[in-house]
Design a protein around this ligand. Structure first.
Ligand code: ADP
Ligand code: MG
Length: 330
């Protein structure tokens, strides 16, 4: 059982950034208004995600760590995913690859904590915490040095964690995201996106400006398109906008950041003839559709997607972007 957990864990947790992604998604699912991530040594020695969400009842702490235990799906339809995580894999996987401690408090109840090391669970103990959940993962891959060797420098892992938080922050404008880096006993805030106000579109624009830079939004074309039950909204960088590579491409499917060849290929195709080959079209595009029309969980750690009708998704991106670019004189 411990060995099975470790193998499965490798699928979910490739590096600190993938652990951060799972934990922040859990915090989002829990209705957090504020999520604070703290890491040390690129996340190799410490990853802490603190939220002010609904919390986990003390008696449910062992359950949250059981493989395939999830409070988010009833098992009747695996494709009908409305919350992010649905596999019930993340916490047991993290407990298999590092020293995991979950402290949690449901409003009106006492706080409690549980620890897991090498897949072995402690008793539930009383603890002190405000309402919400704090998950701490220390010494990632300490029991599997072979995996540790595959991690990159602290600097590269810190960058990957930062990118992960930036992407998630782009999808949730009403949540405050903070990243802190611990070093030599000091703590430094390196990223912050304060909760935005107002209607969704305004909030989203403000959040994109805060994460990608006001310059990008000011120089981008708003995109809005629909095709065969697929909807696309967001911002596309002007072909003449030269900081494209720095801003890069951010694609989201049903609220999840994805990194999918087919989609980036479509984005590139839309700009053919407008961009020089060395330039990346900067963009932040949100594709939405009925969850039955797309599988966003092709692989737990990779963010590929599989559309039931890939041609329609590609067509929407290419025609939607070309139309928006043409309307703006490109
Ligand atoms: P999943 O997210 O796929 O359900 P996880 O292993 O990530 O699986 O989490 C297991 C369960 O633990 C969740 O279904 C949820 O009930 C609970 N949980 C995890 N993280 C949090 C959190 N930050 N706040 C509240 N509940 C949480
Ligand atoms: Mg989860």
């Amino acid at each position: 059982e411990a060995a099975i957990n470790r193998i499965a864990a490798g699928e979910v947790v490739e590096r600190p950034a993938s652990a951060v992604k799972e934990l922040v998604e859990n915090a989002i699912d829990a209705g957090a208004r504020r999520i604070t991530v703290t890491i040390a040594d690129g996340g190799k020695t410490l990853i802490r995600v603190a939220d002010d969400g609904c919390g986990i009842a003390a008696r449910d702490l062992p359950l949250a760590l059981a493989r395939h235990a999830t409070s988010k799906i009833d098992g009747s339809d695996l494709l009908d995913i409305h919350t992010f995580g649905f596999r019930g894999e993340a916490l047991p996987s993290l407990g298999a690859v590092g020293r995991l401690k979950i402290t949690s408090r449901v409003a009106g109840a006492e706080a409690a904590e549980i620890t897991v090391t090498g897949g072995r669970m402690s008793e539930v103990r009383p603890a002190a915490l405000g309402p919400g959940t704090t998950v701490e993962l220390r010494d990632l891959f300490f029991a599997t040095p072979a995996r540790l060797k595959f991690l990159r420098t602290d600097r590269a892992e810190t960058q990957a964690v930062t990118d992960t938080i930036r992407r998630l922050a782009m999808t949730e404008p009403f949540i405050t995201f903070v990243l802190k880096i611990q070093r030599d006993g000091d703590e430094r805030e390196t990223f912050r996106a304060d909760a935005e106000q107002g209607e969704l579109f305004e909030a989203l624009s403000a959040r994109l400006a805060s994460v990608l830079g006001r310059e990008f939004i000011q120089n981008a074309i708003p995109v809005e398109a629909e095709r065969e039950n697929l909807h696309m909204t967001g911002f596309a960088g002007l072909p003449t906008y030269s900081r494209g590579a720095a801003v890069a491409q951010h694609l989201f499917v049903n609220g999840r950041p994805v990194n999918d060849r087919m989609l980036t290929g479509a984005l590139r195709a839309a700009y053919t003839d407008l961009l020089s080959r060395s330039r990346y079209p900067a963009a932040a595009l949100f594709l939405n559709c009925d969850p039955h029309l797309v599988d966003v969980n092709v692989h737990p750690a990779k963010s590929e997607v599989r559309f039931r009708d890939p041609g329609a998704a590609r067509g929407l991106i290419v025609s939607g972007l070309r139309h928006a670019l043409a309307e703006n004189g490109h």
